[in-house]
Design a binder for this molecule. Structure first.
Ligand SMILES: Nc1ncnc2c1ncn2[C@@H]1O[C@H](COP(=O)(O)OP(=O)(O)OP(=O)(O)O)[C@@H](O)[C@H]1O
Length: 461
């Protein structure tokens, strides 16, 4: 964490997100502040509240992507919620707590995955031993207490036979294990015990038209319920995966995982509240929805710092970082209740993406969409290339269709690319050619129809 200076964070984010300097800078500072806080003496620590961020900008320009990338970069729990979800019919005040419960769930999942990784090798070994045991059990023979057998000494004789057989099995098991490790037995079928997840749902009020009361016992009691097991026939390959998973679960200390998970969520969690602009303003949004102001008032304590009950125990929200986002086309930031405004001291505006931005987004990010298609078709043995003027043309088409229909930002690139490469993707497995170059002509041919005809004359692609 020490090396993650704001500058280095921005540099990392630059690898994935084009432009949006201000927003990147703001999240980098917020993250650094957490590190700074962690160095403070305990008596000050609680005084320093996270500086929550409000991102203002149209859809599809990178608001969520910046926050999500940041969380990946530093491996912290992250959840995204749509504020409008809480205005829907059927929601009641306490439901806003669900964002914290989801965060804890995510945090625990992350810690558990890490712990499982640590015991992975050991669990794999145990699984192999178990599979050998299933495939070649030791002969079990009850010791006879028949007085005649005991009198004539046949019990000892039988014991001797069993021992001999056991020795044989041991030798055979060694051979079997060697073959198992080489993968030679992967396609054999064996019977193993697996968790029976089928009957963990109880239906309350069923038949009364209240299906929404279906309660999943697992959700309430989590790992606390004893697991019901059933027998299942699977291939050895499957068994290796299932049993090593079961063994790994036994090897990790769930109490510790939960404790660490809660701590991580409290200290380092990040909650992204999208569409906050849609709950700005006092009015009902028509119909029987929960009032927007009501939702803001419900969310407020969570952002100010409260304790939320989860199935894992109480979770304090004081140091969770909140990033709220919205387009604010219709409503203004000033339409949010003052208390909420006050809780988002950092405001950043994200710019609409230009055609040049689109060009860069197509090729520059580590996970750029053109690279993704290259990899996908590479898997079919096809080398896909894009000429520079093809990239220019794709960006232009995306930009124009955003202008002519709905502006969905960089998301448009995905639909345009899908359209462009639809035929190639479909035909790929049967194509004889192994080199495909997408040039400007190909783009024009495939995407002309994408642009409203009436405007084609205006744009020379
Ligand atoms: N500046 C950018 N650089 C690179 N890719 C981007 C950029 N903006 C958007 N994208 C791409 O578009 C997709 C959608 O962007 P994102 O989820 O960040 O939208 P958003 O601004 O949060 O909008 P919304 O509030 O509607 O979710 C991302 O997954 C990413 O692939």
């Amino acid at each position: 964490m020490k090396d993650l200076t704001p500058k280095s964070i921005v540099k990392e984010l630059d690898k994935y997100i084009i432009g949006q300097k201000e927003a990147k800078k703001a999240v980098a500072i917020a993250l650094r502040n957490r590190y700074r806080r962690s160095l403070l003496p305990d008596e000050f620590k609680d005084e320093v509240k996270p500086k929550n961020i409000l991102m203002i900008g149209p859809t599809g320009v990178g608001k969520t992507e910046i926050a999500r990338r940041l969380s990946k970069l530093v491996d912290i729990p992250f959840v995204k919620v749509e504020a409008t979800k809480f205005t829907e019919v059927g929601y009641v005040g306490r439901d806003v707590d669900s964002m914290v419960r989801d965060l804890v769930e995510e945090s625990i999942r992350m810690i558990k995955a890490k712990k499982i990784e640590q015991v992975y090798e050991k669990s794999k070994e145990l699984a192999n031993d178990k599979i050998v045991e299933i495939m070649l059990p030791f002969p079990s023979r009850k010791r006879s207490n028949n007085p005649i057998e005991m009198l004539f000494g046949t019990v000892e004789e039988k014991d001797h036979l069993v021992e001999e057989e056991n020795e044989n099995v041991k030798i055979k098991r060694k051979e079997l294990k060697e073959r198992l490790l080489k993968g030679e037995l992967d396609n054999e079928i064996i019977e193993i015990q697996v968790e029976d997840t089928h009957n963990s749902t109880i239906e309350l009020f069923s038949g009364l038209g209240m299906e929404e009361y279906n309660i999943n016992m697992g959700d309430i009691f989590g790992d606390l319920l004893p697991k019901k097991m059933k027998k299942k026939k699977v291939t050895v390959k499957e068994a290796k995966r299932i049993i090593s998973n079961q063994e790994a679960q036994k090897l990790i200390d769930m109490d510790e995982v939960i404790e660490l998970g809660i701590k991580q969520a409290e200290e380092n969690g990040m909650i992204f509240i999208d569409e906050i602009d849609k709950i700005a303003g006092k009015s009902y949004s028509g119909g029987p929805d929960v009032s927007r102001e009501g939702v803001q008032r419900d969310i407020l304590p969570i952002i100010e710092g409260t304790t939320v009950m989860t199935k894992y125990g109480p979770v304090k929200t004081d140091h969770i970082l909140f990033i709220a986002a919205g387009a604010f086309h219709v409503s203004k930031v000033g339409d949010l209740i003052p208390e909420i405004q006050g809780r988002f001291p950092i405001r950043v505006e994200l710019e609409s993406l230009t055609e040049d931005n689109f060009k860069e987004i197509l090729v520059k990010p580590k996970n750029a969409i053109t690279k993704q298609y290259k990899y996908l078709l590479g898997a079919e043995g096809i080398n896909l290339e894009f000429t520079e003027d093809a990239i220019d043309a794709i960006a232009k088409v995306a930009y124009i269709s955003n202008e002519q229909t709905e502006n969905i930002g960089a998301r448009r690139l995905q639909t345009v690319m899908e359209k462009l490469l639809e035929d190639i993707s479909f035909e790929a497995p049967d194509l004889d050619v192994k080199e495909i170059v997408i040039d400007k002509d190909y783009v024009n041919k495939k995407l002309m129809a994408y642009i409203y005809e009436k405007d084609i004359s205006k744009y020379i692609l």
